[in-house]
Ligand binder design. Sequence first.
Ligand code: PMP
Length: 285
Amino acid sequence: MSRTVYVNGDFVPEEEARISVFDRGFLFADGVYEVTSVLGGRILDFDGHAARLERSLAELGMGMPVTRDALLEIHRRLIAENGIDDGLVYLQVTRGAADRDFAYPSQDTPQTVVLFTQSKPGLADNPLAREGLKIISIPDERWGRRDIKTVQLLYPSMGKMMAKAAGAHDAWMTEDGHVTEGTSNNAYIVKDGVIVTRDLGPEILHGITRKAVLRFAREAQMKVEERAFTLEEAAAAQEAFVTSASTFVMPVVEIDGHPVGDGRPGPIAIRLREIYLDESRKASL
Ligand code: PMP
């Protein structure tokens, strides 16, 4: 069934949506994006995603194309028109269309704004959360500003394919002997009862789910350390897990063919998933 999508102020059937071949998102990956979960027709952590969008845009010398409130209304209308109960809203903002030139076009070039929905019935009931993920490690060969959520996702795409070829679900990327993050999620281990995850910096995306999960963990009196960890530490960890807006908290049960802990989802990951889903649903808009 054809979806209604949003393109530059219009709500149109997906087959009628048009973007210029000169769009800088297409030519230079000169754009940023957000993916927000919808559970029971309501949006999870909209404010977190809107704030990060504004930051990503600012880092690239762009402003918000519409106000936060207008953005929320666009999300809501798409969710309603497409009858989304559980699913995702994808949002992309680019620097707009201009004759091809490495230099940015003038500031008054209209930005391109696109949003669409993806229906994912049972999103919070993913059977993988009970099985846990198998991951492999790969070198991190992305650019140096991973804190900006740009649409240049080719290396993460290649990483997912490498994982698939190895019979795994996903990959963790390493740099200078330390894990940065997963191809599309933040990475965690549990060591001596302490939750360890990479500290914030340009090396990783500042996950909205990461922020919420660390807050809930601290509120539940769990110990958290934000620092880089090695694959050797991960191999010896009691538990491992990842977080992202679309998968929430997902246990990791195998790294490079070796079981993590007893090879089953760990209690801390399971508990954090429950808390995250409960609290996020309560605060959803
Ligand atoms: N790191 C990377 C590289 C990602 O692509 C994502 C998901 N977009 C995340 C972390 C998780 O971020 P969030 O919790 O905001 O989805």
